[in-house]
Design a protein around this ligand. Structure first.
Ligand code: BGC
Length: 749
């Protein structure tokens, strides 16, 4: 509220006052509607189209500095209503930039409408110098901890609002079903239920509790975006933004539910998928963007395009012959805002289309109404400026502690033969491999730059894995030999020599940070050089611990076969090196569990909810479904036993609930956390049923010897599937509930 009166100006004063009085903090919906109606009634066509235009900050800058002439042209003369940015600035720079652009928008334009300012703060405010960076989503998913995910989003929202940014392009609600995909790590994994739960936690962390974002005007809240609607996570080629072929039944059963939940959680905006589904580019699909998203799911927020995607209808997908036709198709499909973001051509083309009658004014009004409503709900008419009261919370010790905790909870112990881990403090350790010294690999892309590779932008105190091990055990205990870069061998003989002198070899296998088209790979296998490094060291007989830092599950079959322990770090963020060291030396008992199926072969990419037909045995020597590590897998330094699975009923009708409980006991000698995963399998159904599907999870902490009864209630939704008529149905028959090594069957009559 600090800028409340200072920025009330002559041009916008009357409107501003009515706005302020109208919405205050009550944010009552009718008031918002009245305010939006009043604005809409005054707006020219160009002003309306300006609200539908999202441009990159470079469009109002010259040589990286805001340019008054361009600001005037873009914001005042062309009425542009939203900006985004993909560059890292300091907090003071952000505050200055946002203050200036909002001043121009609210003081120099006829109607004084504040700007939406959007950004991809996808694992922390990753475009803020010193912003607190969390593990990427795939690692957050491995924590199975919605409260922690929500806390991370709350911290991000505070850092955004302090910077003046009011709109986040997060969270990703894509279900990933293609391990090659260069955005694998941005997702919450392969399971729709897990994706939905963690996505909702993120929405609430960013926006607050209120339905339809009514809490968003509260301090430290921003608007969130569910992306990318729909079917982005399963490109057939494995390459980013390439076509998906998804039968509608599967689209509805696997990919749609998380977005439905996002809407129920009040998500403010929906970013449309850059790709195609079944030959139809999503941005041109009336069926998806209007019939499904609006009419069926009831989404009332803003549908925003992805980067340059309207024109890609012409330049890539070739469903439009001209730029103008591309605009017509996207707007008629139901797009509200175009992330153009590097030209003003869209504005002219859309104006022509409306004047020619090819796009009805009602469509424009509908889009602008949604955008203005979002601005009202965000409280921007009250105060569009950076919330400087939040400055002291930016980069706070508590926020950093949350990031460390997230990394500690994410690290997943995949293998630990002969209890080679945890390491003794006085063990002589050889550290080798490309993950030992790369900060960017630990952080992944979207870290201080799009690809995350500019390590000069990283805070000075960020530790590499080598530095974290040295800090933990003492530099004299750690011998470092490079061994390999991401792709090339670097004197493997020297690493082998050093391994002979060591008690244990820790080999940090890694993939360079990358995303979108730049992250394309054609081969899921770990690069040869890294595999050779592992095999050569293993031949010495020194125990091998693999630490994996990667964008997606690279095939590690050969390396895994000769290693005693495997620790998956995903992309654990700024405190990831510390967390890995904590786990290696036993200061943290690992509790991460895989949020995806880790494949063993490039040619066998089944998911945990495979169908019996998919796992049909084609080779007597090896099952068809034989992943390297299963969905939900993750070891601890203690052991847990499951017992006494009990059902409240063994026969129910489709609308009854059944309560299931199980006792979990910590049977080891260390305190530990266990994630209890509940699966249900439909034994016989009219559509080939999945072998099992996740229907609930709970993370519990148990002291040695402690036991706890954990319960889940299954209802109709947990037994249903999408039938051939595209409706969710429950069919009578037997169902199995599975938890740990326990299972029991009940019957639906
Ligand atoms: C990505 C989106 C992102 C947008 C804005 C696109 O390239 O696909 O996820 O939100 O850029 O930076």
């Amino acid at each position: 509220m600090s800028h409340l009166l200072r920025h009330a100006t002559a041009t916008g004063l009357l409107l501003w006052l009515s706005t302020f009085l109208g919405v205050m903090h009550t944010q009552a919906q009718p008031n918002a509607d009245r305010q939006v109606d009043a604005l809409l009634a005054q707006m020219t066509l160009d002003e309306k189209i300006g609200q539908m235009t999202l441009l990159e900050l470079g469009m109002v800058s010259t040589d990286g500095e805001l340019d008054p002439a361009k600001l005037r042209e873009v914001l005042v003369e062309r009425h542009v209503g939203a900006l985004l940015n993909t560059k890292t600035l300091t907090l003071a720079e952000w505050q200055a930039v946002v203050t200036t652009v909002q001043e121009v928008a609210t003081e120099q334009t006829r109607l004084g409408i504040p700007l939406l300012f959007g950004i991809d703060a996808v694992h922390g405010h990753n475009y803020l110098a010193g912003g607190v960076i969390f593990p990427h989503n795939i690692a957050m998913a491995a924590t199975w901890d919605p409260d922690l995910v929500r806390l991370g989003a709350e911290i991000t929202a505070v850092e955004l609002r302090a910077s003046g940014i009011n709109w986040n392009y997060s969270p990703v609600f894509d279900v990933v079903r293609q391990p090659l995909w260069s955005r694998f790590f941005e997702t919450y994994g392969e399971d729709p239920y897990l994706v939905a739960e963690l996505g909702k936690a993120t929405v609430k962390g960013l926006q607050g509790e209120g339905l339809q974002g009514d809490d968003m005007a509260a301090q430290g809240r921003v608007a969130s975006t569910a992306k990318h609607f729909l079917g982005y996570g399963i490109p057939l080629t494995g390459m980013d933004r390439t076509p998906a072929w998804i039968p509608e039944r599967i689209l509805r059963e696997t990919f749609l539910p998380p977005f439905q939940e996002a809407i129920e959680a009040g998500v403010s905006s929906m970013m449309i998928n850059s790709g195609e589904i079944n030959g139809e580019p999503t941005h041109a699909s009336y069926d998806l963007v209007t019939k499904l998203l609006r009419d069926e799911l009831g989404f009332e927020g803003v549908a925003v395009t992805d980067w340059e995607d309207v024109d890609k209808l012409r330049s890539v997908h070739r469903v439009a012959a001209t730029k103008k036709d591309a605009v017509r198709m996207a707007i008629l499909a139901g797009i509200d805002m175009n992330m153009v973001p590097l030209s003003l051509e869209f504005n002219d083309l859309l104006a022509e289309l409306v004047e020619e009658g090819a796009v009805p004014m009602a469509r424009i009004d509908e889009a602008v109404r949604r955008i203005l409503t979002l601005k009202v709900r965000l409280g921007l008419f009250d105060d569009p400026y950076p919330d400087t009261d939040l400055t002291t919370q930016v980069g706070s010790a508590a926020s950093k502690a949350a990031s460390l905790r997230a990394a500690q909870e994410a690290v997943t112990l995949l293998k630990n033969e002969d209890d080679v881990l945890p390491l003794a403090r006085d063990a002589r350790v050889l550290l080798t491999g490309p993950g030992a010294t790369s900060l960017s690999a630990l952080h992944g892309s979207w870290t201080y730059s799009w690809q995350g590779l500019d390590e000069d932008l990283y805070p000075d105190e960020t530790l590499t894995f080598l530095e974290a091990l040295q800090a933990k055990a003492g530099a004299e205990q750690i011998t470092y030999v490079p061994g390999a870069t991401f792709e090339e061998e670097v004197d493997i003989a020297a690493a082998v020599e050093a391994a002979r002198e060591a008690d244990v070899a820790v080999i940090a296998l890694a993939e360079q940070a990358s995303v979108e088209q730049i992250g394309t790979i054609f081969d899921l296998r770990l690069p040869e050089a890294q595999t050779r490094l592992v095999e050569a060291i293993a031949e010495t007989g020194t125990p091998v611990v693999l630490v994996l830092v990667q964008n997606r599950p690279r095939i590690i079959r050969e390396a895994d076969a000769v290693a005693q322990a495997v620790v998956l770090g995903y992309q654990p963020g700024t405190f990831g090196a510390n967390a890995l060291a904590d786990v290696l030396y036993g200061d943290i008992n690992p509790s991460g569990k895989l949020p995806f199926t880790y494949p063993r072969y490039t040619g066998s990419l089944l998911f945990y909810d495979r169908t019996p037909g998919e796992e049909f045995v084609n080779n007597e020597d090896e099952p068809t479904y034989n992943p390297q590590y299963e969905f939900g897998h993750g070891l601890s330094y203690t052991t847990f036993a499951y017992s006494d699975l009990t059902l409240s009923a063994t026969e129910i009708s489709p609308d009854d609930e059944v309560t299931v409980s199980v006792t979990v006991t910590n049977t080891g000698d260390r305190a530990g956390e266990e994630v209890v995963l509940w699966f249900v399998g439909d034994l016989v159904a009219s559509i080939t049923p999945a072998v099992k599907q996740l229907r609930g999870f709970e993370k519990i902490a148990l002291a040695p010897g402690e036991r706890r009864v954990v319960t889940v209630t299954l209802d109709r939704d947990d037994l249903a599937f999408v039938g051939t008529d595209l409706q969710w149905i429950v069919e009578p028959g037997d169902f199995t509930v599975m938890v740990g090594d326990q299972e029991a069957t009940f019957t639906v009559r």
